[in-house]
Design a protein around this ligand. Structure first.
Ligand SMILES: Cc1ncc(C[n+]2csc(CCOP(=O)(O)OP(=O)(O)O)c2C)c(N)n1
Length: 356
């Protein structure tokens, strides 16, 4: 008779940098001044990109856009912890991840203006196209991670998703598959407290999202998602553990979406001003700025230079996107699969006979 096996579990939370810009030296990841500055510069580009994308949508120059305001540290901090050859599977709210991977900004703007050429990912950037359908990319990420084991490659694979995505079957399938195959997957859940208007409390009865990892046999950790150092450190450890054969990790970045769900939403209909103000006081970029001031890493013209550089990069991206010219309607079918499936071919023929 097999013995009964029981286990005990604990979910940890990692906080390093507080809202006043003080970092716990015992927990600080080993980052030099130049690396911290680089982090800050990516955060600044991400915020500028986001601001401009929102204005561009209001001006009718791009389509519906999903803002990342408030979630920049969760995105930039985690993305910088991966090596260039690691694979990333993003959802639609990951502009900061794309930016930290040096994705061409004009292509991001193209995507958000409905031009699928923007997701023709350059060969040297290991990121998959944006996945709009909630959590369907999680099994893909788990599969890619299992494939890395099979091919004996030292590659970690990231999947990014929201708290709402954890209610889908795909989340279970991806997590379960990754656990069973001991795959080098890092599941990064940005718990921004809402899935459109659905609060996190209606998403799961569990106290944390991180604890869901326990059921799949691997580590789960909650981090302050507005603390770029905590996010970076937890992700770096997960990546190293994955590559050393230690299997997957689920990281819950506890954060907040400061903007509407998308430009098609009005968040003031389902959340209070006090709640938003609580989170505004915990802004991820402002706290890194305070830290850098205290450490003597900024000062002089640094702030101004960072802002000017971010604005000029984003403006160049917009200019290049607008100069590219409109896409062909059938482009929307072109960049998803290696070649069109039979069903897609039939759809394309229905509006453009003889096209496929
Ligand atoms: C399969 C699927 N069902 C429904 C939707 C519509 N939808 C878009 S975003 C969203 C909420 C997702 O919330 P969450 O996973 O928490 O991510 P967030 O948008 O907060 O980043 C829903 C239901 C979708 N895109 N895909």
């Amino acid at each position: 008779m097999p013995e009964t096996v029981l286990d005990t579990f604990e979910i940890k939370r990692l906080d390093i940098l507080d809202a006043r810009g003080n970092a716990d030296p015992a927990l600080m990841p080993p980052l030099g001044g130049a690396e911290i500055k680089k982090m800050y510069e990516y955060l600044a580009i991400a915020r500028t990109f986001d601001d401009r994308a929102l204005s561009m949508q209001r001006e009718g120059r791009i389509g519906t856009y999903a803002s990342i305001r408030g979630q920049e540290a969760s995105q930039v901090g985690s993305a910088l912890a991966f090596d260039k050859k690691d694979l990333i599977f993003p959802s639609y709210r990951e502009s900061g991840v794309f930016i930290a991977r040096d994705y061409p900004l004009h292509m991001l703007f193209q995507f958000w203006s409905g031009d699928e050429r923007g997701m023709k990912v350059p060969g040297d950037i290991n990121i998959f196209p944006i996945c709009i359908s909630v959590s369907t990319h999680l099994p893909h990420a788990a599969g890619a991670a299992a494939a890395a084991v099979y091919k004996k490659e030292k590659t970690a694979v990231a999947a990014y998703f929201g708290d709402g995505a954890t209610s889908k079957g795909d989340f279970h399938e991806g997590m379960n598959l990754a656990g069973v195959f001991n795959a080098p997957a890092v599941f990064i859940c940005q718990n921004n407290q809402y899935a459109i208007s659905m609060p996190r409390s209606r998403q799961t009865a569990a106290k944390t999202i991180a604890q869901k990892a326990v059921a799949y046999g691997f580590k789960g950790i909650q981090v302050d998602g507005n603390d770029v150092f905590a996010v970076y450190r937890a992700t770096k450890e997960a990546v190293e553990n994955a590559k050393a054969g230690g299997g997957p990790t689920l990281i819950e970045c506890y954060t907040y979406r400061l903007s509407d769900h998308t430009t098609a939403d009005d968040a003031s209909r389902y959340r209070s001003r006090e709640e938003v103000e609580y989170w505004l006081a915990r802004d991820p970029i402002a706290r890194l700025r305070l830290y850098m001031e205290k450490q003597g890493l900024s000062g002089g013209k640094y702030e101004e230079e960072v802002r000017e550089k971010a604005e000029s990069l984003v403006d160049d991206g917009i200019k290049k996107m607008e100069e590219t010219g409109p896409a062909e309607p059938q482009d929307m079918f072109t960049y998803t699969y290696q070649g069109p499936t039979a069903r897609l071919s039939a759809q394309i023929r229905s509006f453009s006979p003889g096209a496929v």
